[in-house]
Design a protein around this ligand. Structure first.
Ligand code: NAG
Length: 640
């Protein structure tokens, strides 16, 4: 047997019409036809119409070393004899490479095997006589995995022939892969019509299947990182990257399931998307799989760019798309420079990122990673082995939930109560305090506790103080936390009502509380733009709706207060929440003491509307944070 190129697999069919060259009987197609698939018909060009011939295989998968039937003929109902042909199996990835060999022909009198690259890798006709559909046995090579297609040139007559008659994709799979077709079938009789593709269950599909190639060695020879968590041991990752190092050769493997458009890995200095060197394994609609490198940009156009990354730093070794699993195996140079950054795989550690998506943004940019996204929790030495741990987003999400509940929910309610409800529920108390004050204190203590908890969570998550690029979230956030922290201390030492310092306290308390509230909400707006939060950009509309609702309710409540206050003081319109601050406490009247101010029931109604809606906003935002980044898939679908 002739030696085969290591990575050559797949077979293609090449048909050459040799109608006028019967003297070539037994000698095979001329060697020049091996590659260009053209008959030596001087200047006669192939037909440009759709070929009236087709090639079918008995299975879309074949195990290494097994054989399948390959039938070339015309579609049922339109019988058209074949004059001459040449057919080979070719690699999908490298259509110039002929793979596998034929092991039998239907009728040795009219067809025969011949040799282009390896022995018997081509079949062709022996005589120009009209032939019906013919079925050949082709054996998959043992040293190749991946997609192949049979490609043929088929001639109807001397001057009428079609190039590139192609079979559907056939995947060569490992010997232990269960496939749907028998490994071998008896040669079809020459004169028989093409047999229908033989579909026979050889094994139940449920049989425990061995781990895919990419998982093999994850325990002891490769560094593997997959999503979701703990998928590597089970071999059922949505997406996985593996790195194998031998000497100074760094071999990467990528795989994603559920028939994605692409699977990609990124080398990153942090565990955030952006400023990373990415390697993309991308499936074409025609079944071909290509490898690219690209550079990613953090949350800004062009997001990902192939032209900003040299393409020659990687070399594709193998690729396949079997059972909806897109797979690429490739080498990457140990040292490469992308966008001025040196990626030295041997001497530096990198966070590995694995992503997969179902669409392209445009012809040469992959779309949003809606199928899978995960980054390692810590930089990895690529030569290490074992399963890398993902970054945990639990603390980050808890931080977001605490802050949202505090600043959208409890702070809003506490402030509203203090401003508009001092003269509601007059005479009733809770724990010895006025109702409004008791609830104000409960909500504000909750706000304080949630804020401090959220602050501690984020300190633990980022390991101390860190600003986030040019996003001032961290700065506005820490000012909010400081204001919030001192607010109850001031309140605890507040002077008694009626003393001269009380108005100063009132002003300070009002100012501190409102400043903290406004800054808190600004900080939440800024969080939407943080890469880490992985929030869809339309989150800002929810926040904007919250602010609008909040402002409208404050406006309406202020109006009721102004009007009722005007009534009480006989036309003197003063905003009553501010009255205490002016240092001229109104003489309490009998009315004040015993009865609610006018519009109290209207205000209570507004509170009854405000409270559930504000809490709904807070809960909606908390859900977005908790589910991030799943929701961003929606964002991509919406085209933003
Ligand atoms: C090629 O085909 C011929 C004729 O069928 C056969 O004798 C020979 O063993 C085949 N060679 C290989 C390598 O299969």
């Amino acid at each position: 047997m002739l030696p085969r190129k290591r990575n050559a697999v797949i077979f293609s069919v090449l048909l050459v019409l040799l109608a006028q060259r019967t003297e070539q009987y037994g000698s095979g197609a001329p060697s020049t036809a091996c590659t260009d698939q053209l008959p030596r018909h001087e200047s006669i060009a192939p037909q440009s119409s759709t070929p009236p011939y087709l090639i079918l295989t008995s299975s879309a998968q074949v195990r290494q070393g097994d054989t399948i039937q390959v039938t070339v003929g015309s579609p049922a109902g339109a019988p058209l004899p074949i004059g001459g042909f040449i057919m080979q199996a070719r690699q999908i990835q490298n259509p110039d490479i002929i793979v596998g060999k034929f092991v039998s022909v239907p009728d040795p009198a009219t067809t025969h095997m011949t040799t282009c690259t390896n022995e018997n890798d081509t079949v062709t006709h022996s005589s120009p006589a009209d032939k019906p559909a013919m079925t050949f046995q082709w054996q998959a090579p043992t040293d190749f995995l991946g997609g192949v297609e049979f490609r043929a040139t088929v001639a109807q007559s001397y001057a009428t022939f079609w190039k590139n008659v192609e079979s559907p994709l056939v995947e060569v799979v490992t010997p232990d892969t269960p496939v749907n077709a028998p490994a071998a079938a008896a040669p079809a009789s020459t004169r028989a019509p093409p047999p229908p593709p033989v579909i026979m269950e050889t094994k139940p599909r449920q049989e425990a299947r061995p781990l895919d190639i990419i998982y093999q060695g994850c325990a002891d020879t490769k560094l593997c990182f997959g999503v979701p968590q703990n998928c590597i041991a089970k071999g059922d990752c949505k997406a996985i990257v593996a790195v194998f190092v031998a000497g100074d050769v760094y071999t990467f493997e990528l795989q994603a399931s559920d028939n994605p458009k692409y699977v990609a890995a990124g080398l990153s200095l942090d565990n955030k998307m952006g400023d990373d060197s990415a390697m993309e394994c991308v499936r074409n609609d025609n079944g071909r799989i290509n490898l690219f490198t690209s550079w990613t940009y953090p949350k800004s156009e062009p997001y990902v760019s192939r032209s900003d990354s040299p393409q020659d730093i990687v070399q594709l070794l193998e690729s396949s798309n079997i059972d909806g699993k897109l797979y690429c195996k490739f080498r990457r140079d140990v040292v490469s420079v992308v966008q001025g950054q040196t990626f030295d795989l041997a001497n530096n550690m990198y966070n590995l990122m694995i992503v997969a998506g179902n669409s392209m943004k445009d012809a040469d940019r992959v779309g949003f990673h809606d199928a899978a996204y995960e980054a390692t929790g810590a930089p990895q030495a690529l030569a290490s082995v074992g399963a890398a741990a993902a970054s945990s987003k639990l603390l980050l999400k808890l931080h977001g939930c605490c802050m949202l509940l505090a600043w959208l929910g409890t702070a809003s309610l506490g402030i509203l109560l203090a401003r508009y409800f001092r003269q509601t529920w007059v005479g009733k108390t809770l724990g010895g305090k006025d109702i409004w004050f008791a609830y104000h204190r409960i909500f504000m203590v909750l706000t304080w506790v949630l804020t401090m908890a959220g602050f501690i969570l984020i300190l633990i998550e980022v390991g101390g103080w860190s600003t986030t690029g040019d996003n001032p979230h961290a700065i506005t956030g820490i000012v909010t936390v400081i204001l919030c922290f001192i607010q109850p201390i001031g309140a605890f030492f507040r002077p008694h009502p009626g003393t001269s310092k009380r108005p100063i306290f009132n002003w300070m308390h009002w100012l501190g509380g409102n400043a903290a509230h406004i800054l808190g909400i600004v900080t939440i707006f800024l969080a939407v733009y943080l890469q880490k939060a992985e929030l869809p950009s339309w989150t800002v509309y929810i926040l904007a709706a919250f602010v609008a609702f909040h402002v409208v309710m404050h406006f309406v409540l202020s109006l009721t207060v102004c009007v009722s206050d005007g009534r009480i003081s006989n036309g003197r319109i003063t905003s009553f929440p501010m009255k205490d601050m002016l240092g001229h406490p109104r003489q309490p009247t009998a009315l004040d003491r015993s009865t609610d101010a006018p519009f109290s029931s209207f205000r209570r109604l507004l509170l009854g509307i405000y409270t559930p809606i504000i809490l709904l906003f807070a809960i909606a935002m908390i859900c977005l944070v908790a589910l991030a980044p799943i929701t961003e898939a929606y964002n991509t679908i919406m085209g933003s």
